[in-house]
Ligand binder design. Sequence first.
Ligand code: ZN
Ligand code: ZN
Ligand code: ZN
Length: 381
Amino acid sequence: MDTDKHLTDGAPEPFTADDYRARMERAAAEAADAGLAGLLVAPGPDLDWLTGYRPTAATERLTLLVLAAGQDPVLVVPALEAPDAARAVGAPALTLRDWTDGKDPYAVTAPLLDVAGRFGVSDNAWAMHLLGFQKALPGTSYVSLTEALPMLRAVKDDAELRRLAAAGAAADAAYEEIVKVPFAGRRETDVAADLAELLRRFGHSRVDFTVVGSGPNGANPHHEAGERVIEDGDMVVLDFGGLLHGYGSDTSRTVHVGEPTEEERRVHDIVREAQAAGCAAVRPGAACQDVDRAARAVIDDAGYGAYFIHRTGHGIGVTTHEPPYMIEGEQRPLVPGMCFSVEPGVYLPGRFGVRIEDIVTVTADGGRRLNTTAREMAIVG
Ligand code: ZN
Ligand code: ZN
Ligand code: ZN
């Protein structure tokens, strides 16, 4: 695999209103191709990616981007939020339609919608709002935007790839530092706080997770960090990430406090080999499930298949978890520009866990890792 870092050079150019206009046009066209009358996009990653608008207040008031082929994009927005919305980078590409408290926001929006149409709705839209539309427009029907257009945000352009590479390089820099701090005798939460501080120091604007799973806690893939005091002899799963320039990082390494046992070393080697096999399976035209199968085969063959209890990977972009998923049954082909994690693990209940994770981008002839720190087990103090 090619691991050059040319994509990390320099600070990215900000996205422009034209960039967002192009994304909205493409989304509307893809919705039409999928037989939808349009897309209804609530605040969250889809709205962020389509417009650059990230409302700060989580609000029960309806905010909604309405996209339909052949129509100008309209952002329905509460009047008190309209000044902020008008300052979003993508705002010049939008028509704002505001509504004031006391008005029915569904009645305000209804004239924009085909009364008999089928619409894709962002997965994170409030059920309350969807129910409001169903009541106001009983002839309409709705499907999950992610189910209808699973690949909408999956293929990244060069500007996005540069941001993802920069986020990966910053997470790598944090890892290089965290292996220098003392682990033994400190709580998991102390090491997690160090990790968060390092991610911010290397440019992250947001930290999404800092998993520090020591000893038996490492066997629980969902363990974040707790009060357990890390001891000499512990395996420690580290998994951390967040956003830099609006795009995500997510990487795992498993370190050991002091000298590992033969079994710990063996399990770590198996996971490392599985992770390499998953990455080696990345190429255009391969199916997402092929990446999962390649990684899983190594762990199965070594006799630890029952202890690899999650999918091999997930997409990453303006969020740290999104389609496509590297999982059995996902037959969509890999396409150059897709970015996703390859993160097999082995979890031995009550004992320890090992996970190794890199973000990989699909290139014309294979895959390129965006995380390049050593995958050999680091020995920490
Ligand atoms: Zn140990
Ligand atoms: Zn992770
Ligand atoms: Zn991940």
